[in-house]
Design a binder for this molecule. Structure first.
Ligand SMILES: [Mg+2]
Length: 265
């Protein structure tokens, strides 16, 4: 672990302070995990170069043939290059992206149990806030912490993703949102939720990794964890996940009980 901290990529964007006094912290990917469909995939499939090329890029990242940073930038560039402004994308996503059916209840439960929920995303923060506020209301959208990438909108109307960690092949190295907790005198139990190639940088570092499985078969994080022997808990929506998180928080089950069985790398 010290090696990870020494090699931490420089961040171009600020981090919120970590939660130093909690017993449990939830960190979750946004796209395709809290939402039922990935908003960047939606833009690329419908407004950019299309699903076939986008899936090819995802699979190249999974196979190590390209970096997430470069592949994801190409996806988004194809949307901007087709003349779609950032504001237009925001409005389309607000209409088309839906929340996981169990997330609102999961979030309220965490709040009632003093468990922070932090979104850790490779998407662009203004799009996440816009979609979140249209789905769960402005107040909740403002109180949820978001650690994400950002956007640069040019006077011409073209826009580019601004990566948090431009020197990292991940663009946003999600392990950097987890590792500071490890240095605390009484570190919390960390639950991380993800679904795709953007979560590869975080997969090894949580106490309990939840991997979402989806009917569309785009289960890249599950494939990665199987290949790398990373222990994880599969879930299909946050209602399932709440049962598992609840059993650990109540003490009915230990972390080992819920992730045991699969081998650690
Ligand atoms: Mg995702």
């Amino acid at each position: 672990m010290p090696a990870d901290l020494v090699e931490a990529p420089e961040s171009t964007l600020p981090y919120p302070p970590i939660h130093t006094d909690k017993k449990f912290v939830v960190l979750s990917d946004w796209d395709g995990t809290i939402t039922s469909y990935d908003s960047n995939d939606w833009m690329t499939d419908n407004l950019g170069f299309g699903k076939e090329k986008r899936r090819g890029g995802n699979l190249d990242v999974l196979a190590g043939r390209s970096t997430f940073r470069d592949s994801f930038r190409e996806m988004l560039e194809s949307v901007s290059a087709n003349g779609h402004t950032f504001e237009e994308c925001k409005e389309l996503l607000k209409k088309n992206i839906k929340l996981d059916p169990g997330f609102r209840q999961f979030y309220e439960w965490c709040k009632a149990h003093d468990i922070p929920v932090v979104i850790v995303s490779s998407g662009m923060a203004p799009l996440i806030r816009a979609v979140l506020s249209s789905l769960i209301g402005q107040e909740a959208a403002e109180e949820i912490e978001i650690i994400a990438n950002d956007v640069v909108v040019h006077p011409s109307g073209k826009w580019d993703i601004q990566y948090r960690h431009p020197s990292s092949g991940f663009g946003h190295d999600k392990s950097q949102a987890i590792l500071p907790y490890r240095g605390l005198p009484n570190p919390p139990t960390l639950f991380f939720f993800g679904d795709g190639v953007s979560d590869i940088s975080a997969a090894k570092y949580a106490d309990v990794l939840f991997v979402k499985t989806k009917a569309d078969g785009e289960n890249d994080l599950a494939a990665y964890c199987q290949r790398e022997g990373i222990r994880h808990v599969l879930f299909s929506d946050f209602k399932d996940a709440l049962l598992v998180v609840g059993s650990v928080v109540s003490g009915e089950k230990s972390v080992e009980n819920v992730v045991g069985g699969a081998k650690r790398e």
